[in-house]
Structure formats: C-alpha cells, structure tokens
Design a protein around this ligand. Structure first.
Ligand code: CA
Length: 224
C-alpha cells in the first residue's frame, strides 16, 4: 500500500483529499502547516507528498527545498491556478510535478499514476549496470558476461555490485569491507583481497586486471 502525505492548511480540502485517497487504497497522513509537514516528511518515509504552496508558517516551496536536502521522496505541488511562477518555482525547488487548484480528483490520480510509473521506470534503469562485457541487474541479482550468465555467492555478488556502482572510483579495503560485510564486521581487511581474487577468477581473468585493478597501498578500482 503506497503512503501519501498531504500538507494542506484548508481543512475541508485536506479532508476531501484524505477520503478520496483512502478510498483509492492509499495510506494517508495529513499535516496542516509547513513546519509540521516538513517534520513528518523527514521522520517517516512516503511514496508521495502532496504539498500545498500557500501554507501558514513555512510555505510549500521552503518545505520542498528542505525535504530535497535530505530525501528523494516524490513531491507534487498543489499550486494556485494559472500562476506560472508557482509552477516554475516549485520545479526549481525540486518538486517532481505540480497540479493547479482546483482540480478534478481523476486528474490528480492520473498524474500520480504517471509519476509513480516514471519513478519506477527510473529505478529499474538504475538497477541495470554494465561495464565492458559485464551486465549486472541489481534487483534480479543476475550477472551476465557477453550474454552468458555467471553464478556468484552472495558476498561475491555484493562486492561486484559495489564495483559496478562505483566505476572509476578508487575504493579502499576498509570502504569495501564496510559496504559489503557491514560496519561491525569482525572480518580482517585481507578478506577483501581474497574475494577480489574470487571475482577475477569467475570473470575469467585470474591474475590480470581487466575488470578490477589494484591500486597499490590503497585498494581497488573498476576502470578501463
Ligand atoms: Ca493553502
């Protein structure tokens, strides 16, 4: 069930939105001013925030800018009708879309669906990574090399994924250890060297550095 936060100071309109969204099977939270809206948005995770512009205290643009400093939550601004400056300002401040008030609830739902689709599509795109002849799908946890699938253990996959997500970035052994084995691991940093060797073997390049290069005294990097 998708979670929606409504930030809207007009109680009747907020109530109307809340009921319509609940009816459409969303989980709904309502805030009636900018300051509490911001606090709730930062403390909890929502799939979408419907954010009015004209709010008492902190206005919608400020709330939007503040949320964006910390989170990527989808934000749709509820702007005054025909105020072009509101639309432009909202998008400048990091909103994902806007809808002019008053609007038909069907129009809101249509825009929400479009926004969710766009977001899910971009998430999918981000989950597919490639380097040379390697392709990794982070969601499906599938690795192929020139189209042939390879099998990795969980750790090997996680380590490879970190390299694929950080192409051209030199990663220290400590950094890799934290990312793959976790911050509280008791494992020695030389386990990283062992796993890099496993990866190189499975990728068919034992001893050479086609995919993962050693950076002496520091760690490793995936680069051409
Ligand atoms: Ca308002």
């Amino acid at each position: 069930m998708k979670k929606i936060l409504i930030v809207e100071d007009e109680p009747n309109f907020a109530r109307f939105l809340e009921l319509e969204l609940r009816h459409a099977s969303f989980e709904v939270t309502v805030a009636y001013d900018g300051t509490s809206g911001l606090a709730i948005a930062l403390e909890h995770d929502f799939d979408l925030i419907l954010l009015d512009v004209m709010l008492p205290g902190m206005n919608g643009f400020e709330v939007c800018r503040n949320i964006r400093e910390h989170k990527k939550t989808l934000i749709m601004m509820l702007t005054a009708r025909n105020k072009v400056t509101d639309k432009v300002t909202g998008l400048d401040y990091g909103a994902d879309d806007y809808i002019p008030k008053p609007f038909a609830i069907e129009e809101l739902f249509a825009r929400m669906r479009a926004l969710f689709r766009r977001y899910e599509h971009s998430e999918q795109t981000l989950s597919a990574l490639s380097f040379l002849d390697l392709n990794v799908d982070l969601n499906a946890r599938v690795v192929t090399q020139s189209g042939d699938s390879l099998t990795f253990t969980k750790r090997e996959f996680d380590l490879l994924a970190v390299f694929m997500q950080n192409v051209n970035l030199v990663l220290s052994r400590d950094n890799l250890l934290n990312k793959v084995w976790g911050h509280n691991t008791e494992v020695e940093t030389n386990v990283v060297d062992v796993y890099v060797r496993y990866l190189r073997n499975k990728l068919g390049s034992p001893g050479d550095e086609k995919y993962i290069k050693t950076v002496r005294g520091i760690g490793y990097v995936m680069r051409l």
